[in-house]
Design a protein around this ligand. Sequence first.
Ligand code: AKG
Length: 225
Amino acid sequence: MAESSMMSNQGELFPAADDPSAPRPPESLWPSGFELEHGFLAQAEAERVMEELAATIPWERDEIMMYGKRLPVPRLTAWFGDRGADYVYSGVRNVPRPWTATLAGLRDLVAARCGVTFNSVLLNLYRDGSDSVAWHRDDEPELGRAPTIGSLSLGATRRFRLRNRESGHALGWDLESGSLLVMSGASQGDWEHCVSKTKRPVGARINLTFRQIAQAQRPSAPNSE
Ligand SMILES: O=C(O)CCC(=O)C(=O)O
């Protein structure tokens, strides 16, 4: 996610609790560039993968620069991918860990559904309602113009909010375990997205965003365990 976008929304680095009365339009009204597939993974499979990832991923607490200080982000993350698919975020170079068999399998499933290839995946773990991600766009130069991003949801249902950059029009959808949200086309150009904190009791939620990172210097090389 873009540091500039994070910095331009400093007041919302840790967004306010979500508003249950915010509009939840039917899926037929999702804006162009957003597509949701319920039950992309069967429930039993989604539960199994959630348990495995929660227990085995080496989760880290990233930091970003704000007001001249390094502050921890309010969630845990992990980055996996091909060798060389480095991701520079807030001045920090994230070097991907090698694909695990489970993540590589999910990558191939999601890539086949999206009709593109992915060389990396960012995992977010929202431990409870006090974890969140601020308003931002996934618009880093290394993602290219109009990237396709496959976002797989596991665990408790997560409120995913969108805000139009021009009109400020805001929308929200509940992403349940096993669903796949595909963001493409104008999704990152026209819209910002976030997951707010919530005071409602919620369990752990994991989100995997599969991405294709352009590698300036060296071609992608398989990076497997
Ligand atoms: O949990 C989500 O759906 C949001 C994740 C996200 O925005 C990101 O990883 O860039």
